[in-house]
Design a protein around this ligand. Sequence first.
Ligand code: ASP
Length: 439
Amino acid sequence: MKKVVKFGGSSLASARQFKKAGDIIRGDRARRYVVPSAPGKRNDKDEKVTDLLYQCYDAASSGASYKKILDKIRKRYEEIIDGLDLNLNLDAEFNRIEENFLHKAGRDYAASRGEYLNGILMAAYLGYTFVDAAEVIFFDAGGVFDSEATNRELGERLEHIERAVIPGFYGSMPDGSIKTFSRGGSDVTGSIVARAIHADMYENWTDVSGFLVADPRIVKDPEVIETITYRELRELAYMGASVLHEDAIFPVRKEGIPINIRNTNKPEEKGTLIVESTCRKPRYTITGIAGKKGFCSINIEKAMMNSEVGFGRKVLQVFENYGISFEHMPSGIDTMTIFVHQSEFEEYEQSVIAGIHRAVEPDFVEMESDLALIAVVGRGMKATRGTAGRIFSALAHARVNVKMIDQGSSELNIIIGVKNADFEPAIKAIYDIFVTSEL
Ligand code: ASP
């Protein structure tokens, strides 16, 4: 059995957190490959080392004073080293980093040093081999992650190493320079390593107990999702539910490796298991609810629209011309509605409306702003009658007016459009009818 364990920034923010991670790793012999993030926040007011590194680099490379910030970063590591009683000195590393900053080694290089140093520290603490991600994770000349070259190299390298620490978040370009994934990218590294070593499990240790059925800022103490499929996760993540970096799914999915989201501060909890498919019945009819505010709709009306071939294409072409993607497009016999992100649309609003007039000569175009979309997601909905009925009666009871309904053909989700102001009451009502009342 082989497991890859990734620890997030808050799980490694202090010596105390490091000890928890160490206990978790030593608690299971299968936890052979460790991917650390940079030290994160120790409390709400604290700063992430990654953010400090960006600040420090910006100052150093523009000739401003940077020594204080660099010192702050150094202290973060020294505190951990002292707290763990490690015989490790990072002076030479810090000297090299400072020199490279002054020689403008790049922002990606700067940010990556958070994970690099934490990797050295973690390897020393565990007695594992340190493998620099720059030697095994590759980006092509265009800066796109090169999955196949990486998979080959990483697989070969780790085949001969029983236990290793591979820092998250970065890799290297063909010219040897450092390139990072987008923020939160250590999740992606963990997934890449899991694929390369054919892991049985990718454990992602963080500071929450897994994916929650609904946003805890809206629903008080929501239940944890026990098992979720990759497809369900995509739907929820797209609608704003975030625990895992979006790109972390693809590498493990190729190999059918499950991801287990776990809480470093509550290791006794099972967390959320993310799988390709499962026979496990979801605990509730729905798996999760997520949503986003800030949409607007463009309603187009034209008599006999239904018989006008190419009408939809011509309308969508106008949006495409302005680089605006649409979210949903419910239609009636003589009406068509397009949902778009308000922030993307505002700038081009008048041009798009004029474009639609020119393209299809509608009878009427009307817009509505400040709308929210809510996705109710669940593989259990397919086999259950009355799900839509329950959602809409719950919304009616909560006095929420439904503006739009869209059920995906997979029957995996139902999307509901409401006014921004109804967003929170709608989510609460849906949660209550499926979870609270099924408990
Ligand atoms: N340290 C990086 C960040 O703060 C990457 C990560 O933690 O996954 O975004």
